[in-house]
Structure formats: structure tokens, C-alpha cells
Design a binder for this molecule. Structure first.
Ligand code: LRH
Ligand code: MN
Ligand code: MN
Length: 399
């Protein structure tokens, strides 16, 4: 059944998704890295690639930055913001790096060492300053903190250290800024992670202050955990700040979105549309971001694939007949209730999305348009040459 174009158009008109700078550069697993000649070398390349993806999709106006990987020490962040602006994009979330420095061996803000805690907090405050200088809204916190062996440190003490640091960070936010608190149950800490699940992020964010919210990375859950239920609860508590979208088969696999389980992403989007429908069409303020590390697929193709999948699933989820769903729920009609979701999920939205792109002056198929543009081939030649000149033929700063 083809989709009602008005609903699809309305959904896509308001849908924006942020691409990550690190998704354009060479990445790998902890076992190794397979290099791509077209991969971005520096921030200028990452901005160019992000702008190219936005030009083709029309829905990725911001790029997430990882401070240590993207901003050279002492660089004027507003200059980077101007470069982005010149390319018709903006700097999006600012991600501190609280895990690579040797000082963070036992953690950052949760470390038993005061020097590590002080450095981590100072870095977060720097990121808040970078956010102000670049006109970006979200400072997005992910902590590798935790312990690897029972008894290694006091779990409660670490909790208190987190509460103190995030409260202090929150006090430095401008009224426009938000603090996103991401959780992850495992890796690199393998006994206990300080912010291991949404409840821990929720409490820590609540204690930090009203501008702190929870960030849900879809890869950061145990297998079979009901992520849409977490989303529904966070929406109901006005605590859902944003997403890091990716897919996984096992753990934090960072695969392209919907490559394994598109229905799960659909169900997450359904919770958001359903919530907004109950509120007369008022959508919550959510930062939709991609966090994937496709080290085998060509970088830009993988990014476009994820963006298009996100649009498709967001549009499909908007098609759920909420009236019918609520009627079925009230009658205890499980089959019809479930079918209202399935019917929307099984609707073909490809023509409606292509038409929407047409109304925005975009090509109907961004992936085909990218392939036809010759952008990747040109980048491969130019970047391979530059790598040689710089003496970094196969290396990149991402560790
Ligand atoms: C941690 C994480 C976090 C980091 C990103 C590179 O697994 O999801 O968001 O900032 O990966
Ligand atoms: Mn993440
Ligand atoms: Mn992750």
C-alpha cells in the first residue's frame, strides 16, 4: 500500500539528523584498521564530507565533533564554526574526550585521583566554552569510567564524584545549552561501569540540573532489552535529550542504522510520534544523531545509507493510525493494536520520500546522486596524495 504523501512530507519536513565527524575518518576495531583512501584526514575534510551529505539529503545541517580528534590544541573554535558556515552546515554536539589521556587509566570524573578528576572537569568546561563559541546546543558526555575488578574502588564514592562534577559542569551552561548524559553497560570497564544504564544517566542528569538529559545510544544495551520502553519512559519524564543511532548484532557494533533490525528503530520512532500525537502534535526537543563506525563500508555511502534509513523509518512510524491504535488498546484488541504498527511498517514510503526530495530540489536517490557525483573518487586521489605529503600514508589520529 502506498503512503499518504502529506503525512510523510510533514514528518520529513521536521526531521533533522546529525552526522558524526568521526564517521568520515578512518576507524577500526581494537584489532586493526582497514584504511580507505577517501577517508577524511582532518577537520576540513570532515566538514566537506558532512556538507556533501547534507547537500544530497537536505536533512543533516549539523556535524557532531569529538574535541580531541577535531580541534587542534589552541585552535579558535569560532574559526571552525565559520568554515562550517561557509559550507552551509553548522557545528552540532560537542563531545569531550574523557578516555584517551593516560591520566584517565582509572577513570575521568569518577577517578580516585584528584588530578584526573580536575583535568576531566576542566576539559568538560572547555567543551562548554567551545559549544558557546561555535553556537552549538549540546555538550554530549560519554564516560568510559568504571572498574575492572571487584573491590577496585568504592562504587558509591564514584557515584558521588560523578554527581559533583556534572553539577559543576551544569552551572557553566548558557541558557541555550544542554548537557546530554550517555550510558553504556560495558567496555572499556568490564566489571562495573559508572553510568551503565538509563536509570543511572537519568539520576545523574536530574541531580546535575534541568538542562541535563539522557542520551540513548541504540548500541548501548544488553541484547533483547526493550529500548522503545526506555524511550517511552524518558519521554514521559521529559528526560529524553537525544539519540546516537546505529545498529548492532551483538554489542556496541556501530553498524549502519537498520542493517540488522529496522523494526526496532521504527518502534522507537513510533513512541515519539505517539507521544507527540497525544500532545496535539507538539514534538519533544530531541537531538537525533548518528554514532556509527563503519570501517568496512565506504564512509560517505554508509552515512547516506543511515540517513535515508532514518528518514524512511521516521516517515513509516508517522503513518501509524493513532486513533485506531488507541481504540484497539482500549478494547484490549491486541491483534488490531499490533496490526496498526505492522501496517505502517509495511507501507512503501519510497515514492513519497522521492517526491518530498523533489519538492526540496534534491535528487530522488541521494546514494545514486553521490555515486554519480564523483566526489569519493576525487577525494580518494586528493587525500591519498596529501597523506603521502604529510607522511601519514596509512595512519589517522583516531585510536
Ligand atoms: C562510546 C560512544 C560514545 C563516544 C563514541 C565515539 O561507545 O558511543 O558516544 O563518544 O562512541
Ligand atoms: Mn555513542
Ligand atoms: Mn558506542
Amino acid at each position: 500500500m502506498p503512503a499518504s504523501p502529506e503525512t510523510v512530507f510533514r514528518a520529513l519536513d521536521s526531521f533533522r539528523i546529525e552526522t558524526p565527524s568521526w564517521g568520515y575518518a578512518d576507524t577500526g576495531t581494537r584489532f586493526g584498521k582497514f584504511h580507505q583512501p577517501a577517508a577524511a584526514i582532518d577537520m576540513d575534510d570532515k566538514l566537506a564530507d558532512a556538507a556533501h551529505v547534507h547537500r544530497l539529503t537536505g536533512c543533516c545541517p549539523t556535524v557532531a565533533t569529538h574535541v580531541l580528534w577535531d580541534f587542534a590544541p589552541g585552535v579558535d573554535a569560532s574559526v571552525v564554526a565559520s568554515k562550517a558556515q561557509a559550507l552551509d552546515i553548522r557545528i552540532g554536539s560537542i563531545n569531550p574526550n574523557l578516555f584517551q589521556d593516560q591520566l584517565y587509566k582509572l577513570g575521568s570524573v569518577g577517578s580516585p585521583f584528584e588530578t584526573a578528576r580536575d583535568q576531566a572537569l576542566a576539559h568538560i568546561l572547555d567543551c562548554i566554552r567551545i559549544g558557546k563559541a561555535t553556537g552549538s546546543r549540546a555538550v554530549s558526555l560519554w564516560f568510559a569510567d568504571g572498574t575492572n575488578y571487584p573491590g577496585q574502588d568504592s562504587i558509591r564514592e564514584r557515584k558521588h564524584r560523578f554527581e559533583a562534577a556534572l553539577k559543576e559542569a551544569h552551572a557553566h551552561l548558557s541558557p541555550e545549552q544542554i548537557l546530554l548524559v550517555e550510558y553504556k553497560p560495558f567496555e572499556p570497564a568490564f566489571y562495573q561501569t559508572d553510568l551503565a544504564d538509563w536509570g543511572m544517566s537519568f539520576l545523574t542528569a536530574k541531580k546535575a540540573g534541568p538542562q541535563a538529559k539522557v542520551l540513548v545510544d541504540t548500541g548501548h544495551h544488553y541484547l533483547s532489552q526493550n529500548i522503545e520502553q526506555i524511550v517511552a519512559w524518558l519521554l514521559d519524564e521529559d528526560m529524553l535529550g537525544g539519540f546516537h543511532f546505529n545498529d548492532r548484532k551483538y554489542a556496541d557494533d556501530d553498524l549502519t542504522l537498520g542493517s540488522i533490525d529496522p523494526y526496532q528503530i521504527f518502534r522507537i520512532f513510533h513512541e515519539i510520534h505517539f507521544f507527540a500525537w497525544e500532545r496535539g502534535g507538539k514534538y519533544p526537543d530531541i537531538e537525533y544523531m548518528i554514532d556509527q563506525s563503519h570501517n568496512l563500508k565506504p564512509k560517505i555511502e554508509a552515512m547516506i545509507q543511515t540517513v535515508c534509513t532514518a528518514q524512511e523509518l521516521y516517515a513509516k512510524a508517522a503513518l501509524v493510525d493513532h486513533e485506531a491504535l488507541v481504540q484497539a488498546q482500549r478494547k484490549g484488541n491486541i491483534v488490531d493494536a499490533e496490526m496498526s504498527l505492522k501496517k505502517a511498517f509495511n507501507t512503501d514510503v519510497s515514492v513519497a520520500i522521492a517526491d518530498w526530495r523533489g519538492t526540496k530540489g534534491l535528487e530522488a536517490d541521494p546514494l545514486a546522486a553521490h555515486r554519480a557525483s564523483g566526489y569519493a573518487e576525487k577525494a580518494a586521489v586528493e587525500r591519498a596524495k596529501r597523506r603521502q605529503e604529510l607522511g601519514i600514508a596509512t595512519e589517522h589520529s583516531y585510536a
